[in-house]
Design a protein around this ligand. Structure first.
Ligand code: UDX
Ligand code: UDX
Length: 460
């Protein structure tokens, strides 16, 4: 049975990156055997069930098509390492919470543990592929660990960062802007790189598969995320100015984005960026710059995170000021809790910060979200005595003083706003943290509407 496969690929870490990425390779390449393992047994059981551990549009279909055929989810790490030719590592690299670099640097303990485990189990040469986002020169540390026994087994380390975004992961994996592979510029490095290029070339045009040295590849991933986050902080900083000057952030973004050198994408003003990557990767970049004594460069990137924090706090202050400077015992409804639409993920979601601040102001919160309520309960546990979690947005809004949109779910664009308005306490407030509803229409119904980066529409 086993010999029918051309290659055996293993992925360590069955999270938001490892799971969908390997599912796509398996789906596109039935000639390879793909095993995905994780130390979390519950997660693996979920990957093997009808209820996958993550929500991602289109993921169920590709997992169902490949699972059991050439895609396997397992917890037998040792066996999987022994039999694999190529090992992708996508374990998490959170921000360090202790010791040197706490709150800034990447915590590499899972990485090192994984490298040592590979070394302990391997009986044949392997290509090790860094999928996780890592500080520059991590591959060097990986190589040193893998050669620390001086044994005859050759390990070639490649950097192949993943650029997928949650909510669009399947499309991003199927039609990526680019695939980046960094390798040593040695004969064995180039050979390993070409082997990985051939895997992706099964469905991706070779012109989109770009190669570089390892360090540039590791750095490019962090810089891509830093640039994307910087765009959001740039537009959000201008949204604050628009609110003071009666300019409209959508018009400004449109006018600016029409310049093809700037482009239209990623210019949506919001309550701030969230997600597991942006903040973590920028802090990592800042730490790296400080480490090398580049304090001005570090300060520059640090300001991207500062503006993001400012934007979240500004939203809370706008709510408080509009609602007569007190939120005590007022029922406030948060629409959406995920860090963006089409995912159930709430990691670093701005909604967490905003919810906490509103709780401090003694508001009574009702939180609704089509996919993230379970995560919201965990995020707010121990401080949610005055928080309710309600599936139905109409029921959630009923009897509230204000609605605040946290996540740009399509669902919120076309609700019966007359019905919602009639069920609320007056004056009814609407804070659109994502600028997704028709503000003029809501104003005409009777709401006092507070968009981001646009003049407020109020009846008083
Ligand atoms: C993670 C990192 O956050 C990101 O920086 C990197 O680019 C890719 O990996 P993600 O997949 O979203 O992203 O993380 P997560 O969903 O937490 O998945 C990591 C998985 O690795 C978890 O399921 C965890 O149980 C597993 N893991 C962790 C191991 O299998 N072994 C370990 O030693 C540590
Ligand atoms: C990001 C990168 O896009 C991806 O390439 C990388 O691999 C991982 O990090 P992700 O965090 O999943 O992906 O989602 P993304 O679409 O980038 O959104 C991040 C945050 O920015 C979300 O909170 C989103 O709502 C916010 N955002 C995005 C804005 O506020 N305005 C925008 O115009 C775009």
């Amino acid at each position: 049975m086993e010999t029918r496969f051309e290659k055996k690929l293993l992925c360590i870490g069955a999270g938001y990156v490892g799971g969908p990425t390997m599912a796509m390779i398996a789906y596109k390449c039935p000639q390879y055997k793909i095993t995905v393992i994780d130390i979390n047994h519950k997660r693996i059981a979920e990957w093997n069930s009808d209820n996958l551990p993550i929500y991602e549009p289109g993921l169920d279909e590709i997992v169902k098509a490949a699972r059991g055929r050439n895609l396997f989810f397992s917890t037998d790490v040792d066996k999987a390492i022994k039999e694999s030719d190529i090992i992708f590592v996508s374990v998490n690299t959170p921000t360090k919470t202790f010791g040197v670099g706490a709150g800034m640097a990447a915590d590499l303990q899972y990485w090192e543990k994984t490298a040592r485990h590979i070394l302990q189990c391997a009986e044949s040469p392997k290509i090790i592929v860094e999928k996780s986002t890592l500080p520059v020169k991590t591959a060097l540390a990986m190589e040193r660990i893998l050669t620390s026994n001086n044994n005859k087994i050759h390990f070639e380390v490649l950097s192949n960062p993943e650029f997928l975004a949650e909510g669009t992961a399947i499309n991003d994996l199927e039609n990526p802007d680019r695939v980046l592979i960094g390798s040593r510029q040695t004969e064995s490095g180039i050979k390993a790189r070409d082997e990985l290029v051939e895997i992706y070339a099964n469905w991706i045009n070779k012109q989109r598969i770009i190669t570089s040295d390892i360090w540039s590849s590791e750095l490019s991933k962090i810089v891509s995320n830093a640039f994307l986050a910087q765009r959001i902080s740039s537009i959000n900083s201008i949204s604050a100015l628009c609110e003071k000057t009666d300019a409209d952030i959508n018009d400004v973004a449109r006018a600016v984005g029409f310049d093809s050198r700037i482009g239209m994408k990623f210019l949506n003003a919001s309550i701030g960026f969230g997600g597991s990557c942006f903040k973590k990767d920028i802090l990592n970049l800042v730490y790296l710059c400080r480490y090398y004594g580049l304090n001005e460069v570090a300060d520059y990137w640090d300001s991207v995170v500062k503006i993001n924090d400012f934007q979240k706090e500004r939203f809370v202050i706008n709510m408080l000021t509009a609602m007569f400077n007190t939120l005590v015992n007022k029922k406030i409804c948060l629409w959406g809790f995920a860090f963006k639409a089409n995912t159930g993920d709430t990691r670093e979601s701005p909604a967490i910060y905003i919810a906490k601040r509103l709780i401090e102001e003694k508001a009574e919160l009702v939180i609704t979200d089509p996919k993230a309520l379970e995560r919201a309960r965990i995020d707010l546990q121990n401080i949610d005595a005055n928080v309710k979690y309600v599936e139905d947005p109409y029921e959630a809004a009923s009897g509230s003083y204000a609605i605040a949109i946290m996540t740009e779910w399509d669902l919120y664009k076309n609700l019966n706003y007359e019905k919602i308005y009639n069920s609320m306490i007056k004056p009814a407030f609407f804070f659109d943290g994502r600028n997704i509803v028709d503000h003029q229409r809501l104003f005409e119904i009777g709401f006092n509407v507070f968009p981001i980066g646009k003049p407020a529409l109020t009846h008083f």
